[in-house]
Design a protein around this ligand. Structure first.
Ligand code: KG4
Ligand code: ZN
Length: 335
């Protein structure tokens, strides 16, 4: 029998709902992004995010059902992101999901947002099966995860300071490119020379797969400030390309080491930064010679969406991971 999951996502600045069949087939994927409201502040303003989620969540859910040509009766369970994320933002999704679960008398499935990002690959690659290694790099997280099974995850490495996407956003801001910065740096870097400036590639210690991006971020900011002080014009495209090259070098190196350590032949990438063209190309090139295949979702499933939450929710539901109505948002939920 087929299982239909309604997924709800509101952890940051996207209000999203989706219906997914059997954890793999996306029937609808509605994303209401708040980027335009946060843009002028150069980042997400939590209070605005919460208000916008409240305004939009009901219509986003209605639209997701409509697009899937379904009613609430057809849904087997409601999956919702309960962490990590902004507490006020998470609470809107969690409260809506609890209200639906209570009113419809349907199971409530709590989903970890990072597991959601990983699970976007199940929808994008319907033959993908664990085990594999996944690099999750987004605005809030940078993790290397061993996906042992659909609901079993082991963190092999994580950032000790900034997330990769956070570094992209910061560098875009100092280059005056706008928000969110990742796609803008990606685009500008295409016109630059990645070897023009040597920015640091940080390794915490040789046995650790952890990341640190604060050093490269500071090095780029210092480079720009020094040039400003000397009244020198910088080549923004070269800065963008050289910064991006430094970040993607480290992301690839550590992830490939993790895959070799775990003896897996598939690397998945996920999260907003997985949309980065240089990361996709580099990882694919480096893995080719090692006989490792690299997969990633289309850009719309890399950044925040609810289809990934419904995919993760399907496997959690099949595993019996259901919550009671006392479910709360957990802003710093570990993976
Ligand atoms: O997954 P996501 O939508 O939100 C979080 O869970 O954080 O990721 C958003 C992040 C932002 O930092 C954005 O700049 C980055 O992903 N991003 C990119 C690209 N597209 C989005 N970073 C680098 N290159 C891209 N093409
Ligand atoms: Zn995310």
């Amino acid at each position: 029998m087929d299982t239909y999951i309604l997924g709800i996502e509101s952890s940051c600045d996207e209000t999203a709902a989706s219906v997914v069949k059997n954890g793999r087939e996306i029937l609808s994927n509605v994303i209401n992004t708040q980027i335009d409201f946060h843009k002028k502040y150069g980042g997400v303003v939590p209070e605005i995010a919460s208000r916008k989620h409240i305004e939009n969540i009901d219509s986003v859910i209605d639209e997701a059902l409509l697009e899937a040509n379904m009613t609430f009766d057809d849904i087997d369970a409601i999956a919702v992101t309960y962490g990590p994320g902004l507490v006020g933002a998470l609470l809107i999704g969690v409260s809506s999901a609890k209200a639906l679960s209570f009113a419809l008398n349907k199971p409530l499935v709590p989903v970890n947002h990072i597991r959601g990002h990983i699970s976007a690959n199940f929808a994008a690659h319907t033959d993908l099966e664990p085990p594999f290694v996944c690099l999750v790099a987004s605005g809030g997280h940078s993790h290397i995860v061993y996906v042992k099974d659909y609901t079993e995850f082991e963190v092999l490495g994580r950032t000790r300071d900034d997330a990769a996407g956070e570094a992209f956003d910061k560098i875009a801001r100092v280059l005056g490119l706008g928000y969110p910065g990742g796609p803008l740096v990606d685009k500008l870097a295409k016109d630059g020379d990645p070897k023009a400036i040597s920015f640091p590639r940080v390794r915490m210690d040789k046995n650790s797969l952890d990341f640190s991006f604060s050093g490269v971020k500071t090095a780029v900011i210092n480079y720009i400030h020094k040039a400003e002080q000397k009244g020198e014009e910088i080549n923004k495209a070269d800065v963008a390309a050289s910064f991006q090259d430094a970040v993607t070098d480290v992301l690839c190196e550590h992830t490939i080491e993790a895959a070799i350590k775990k003896k897996v032949k598939t690397i998945a990438i996920a999260g907003g930064v997985a949309a980065n063209s240089n990361l996709r190309e580099k990882m694919t090139d480096l893995c080719k010679k090692r006989g490792i295949s690299v997969i990633y979702p289309p850009p719309v499933l890399c950044t925040d969406n609810a289809a990934m939450i419904a995919c993760a929710g399907y496997y959690a539901y099949k595993n019996g991971d259901v919550a009671e109505l006392d479910l709360n948002a957990v802003p710093n939920l570990p993976l």
